[in-house]
Design a protein around this ligand. Structure first.
Ligand SMILES: [Zn+2]
Length: 403
């Protein structure tokens, strides 16, 4: 059951999502900028005084980054298979290791949310965050940042149906970790002379081809309308802003971060941390993802593409306490291959939690990166439930100082 006032909040969130999800909002595109403008106008109408845009240059396609990284891995495979005859085994291995090393370094830096070599060779464009601050009634003793991203992902074939998503989730860690395993296999072949190692390496080569091919072709298709991912979250945060304007907290300042370029590697979040990290060192970041379909509220306990990071213990305790009445639980299944802005914050030493809604009987993210991620599928009750949970988290943070 969702309390009545939060059903109203869910309906208000849906109205915003309806405007935002009229079309796809690619990272660092005109449509993303329009979404930012809409959010800014709504906040101004609500009377939020401190609203500004933070412009930054953002990556336009995560898939082109993957094409670059896996392309370097393919060079590593090719060096082993094609250079041994003309150059000799050890010379070919050396070239191969250099190429795999570069590929691995790029993946490591990108997915630990740090700058990486060759990043300027990839297409970038103007992107922006909208950042607003809602002050408390009294002095500021604590800060919470509500995070929701403005952009939507390419509707790449791998997300098109449940079976493809399952295959993608299963295979993508293999493709990523294959960049470390393949050079090991080729080294073993060089040392032992056993060709079986080389053939195992070649199997990874096929996966890397698949990764590279997906990367170079992904941007030929349209963007997902991104209703559940993530217009729904933006809508909830806007609806919460309205409520906070009417009922400000006692001693907790709430910042709202509507971010650009999340889908290409949390670049808006990183820009925010660069600009305001010092002031937000002790803040709690609450990141909303796909909150509009389903009945089960979950938080992500672990995430990471190249290394797994865990939610800080005190943050986990807080969201579990606040979420008790909503049946909040840790998200089931493996987090390998996923990243969110909460994980990007963890990587840089910040306190964050990512909250998601799942349907009963399925652990797949509803409508994730699909063309069918349209506003008609959103459920106002689900939006209201997530809004109520975030409100409870805010109340708990604020209560710890007013009690
Ligand atoms: Zn998202």
């Amino acid at each position: 059951m969702v309390e009545k006032s939060f059903i109203g909040l869910g309906e208000r969130a849906l109205e915003h999502a309806r405007v935002l999800a009229r079309r796809g909002r690619g990272s660092a595109t005109q449509a993303e900028a329009e979404a930012a403008r809409y959010v800014q106008e709504v906040l101004a109408k609500l009377g939020v005084e401190d609203v500004h845009q933070q412009p930054f240059r953002g990556l336009r396609s995560l898939w082109l980054f993957l094409a670059l990284a896996f392309g370097l891995a393919l060079v590593g495979h090719a060096a082993w298979w094609m250079l041994r005859a003309p150059l000799g085994t050890w010379e070919a291995l050396a070239v191969s290791l250099i190429a795999f090393g570069m590929s691995g370094y790029l993946l490591w830096r990108k997915f630990t949310f740090r700058s990486y070599p060759l990043q300027e060779t990839l297409p970038h464009g103007l992107s922006q965050n909208v950042i607003a601050t809602i002050p408390p009634q009294g002095e500021v003793r604590q800060r919470v940042v509500l995070v929701s991203h403005l952009d939507s992902h390419r509707a790449v074939i791998w997300y098109a149906n449940d079976w493809l998503v399952r295959a993608y989730t299963l295979v993508s860690p293999l493709v990523v970790w294959g960049v470390a395993v393949a050079p090991l296999l080729y080294t073993l072949q060089a040392v032992t002379g056993w060709t079986v190692f080389g053939w195992l390496g070649a199997v990874l080569g096929v996966l890397h081809f698949l990764g590279w091919f997906s990367g170079v072709t992904a941007d030929l298709g349209p963007y997902s309308p991104g209703a559940n991912d993530n217009a729904a979250s933006v809508g909830i945060v806007l609806a919460l802003a309205e409520r906070l304007q009417a009922e400000p907290l006692a001693h907790t300042e709430v910042r709202l971060a509507f971010t650009g370029c999340e889908e290409t590697g949390c670049e808006g979040m990183l820009a925010l941390l660069r600009e305001q990290g010092e002031a937000l060192k002790d803040a709690l970041f609450i990141d909303l993802e796909l909150p509009g379909i389903g009945e089960r509220l979950v938080y992500l306990p672990v995430e990471g593409v190249v290394r797994q990071r865990r939610i800080p213990a005190e943050v986990e305790r807080l969201v579990l306490e606040a979420g008790k009445e909503f049946g909040l639980q840790a998200a089931p299944g493996s987090a390998a291959g996923y990243f969110t802005e909460a994980g990007a914050a963890w990587e840089h030493g910040f306190n964050a939690a990512c909250l998601v809604t799942l349907p009963l009987g399925s652990n797949l993210l509803p409508e994730w990166h699909r063309l069918t991620d349209r506003v008609e599928r959103l459920q106002p009750e689900a939006l209201g439930r997530m809004g109520a949970l975030v409100w409870a988290v805010l109340g708990r943070v604020d209560g710890s100082y007013t009690a």
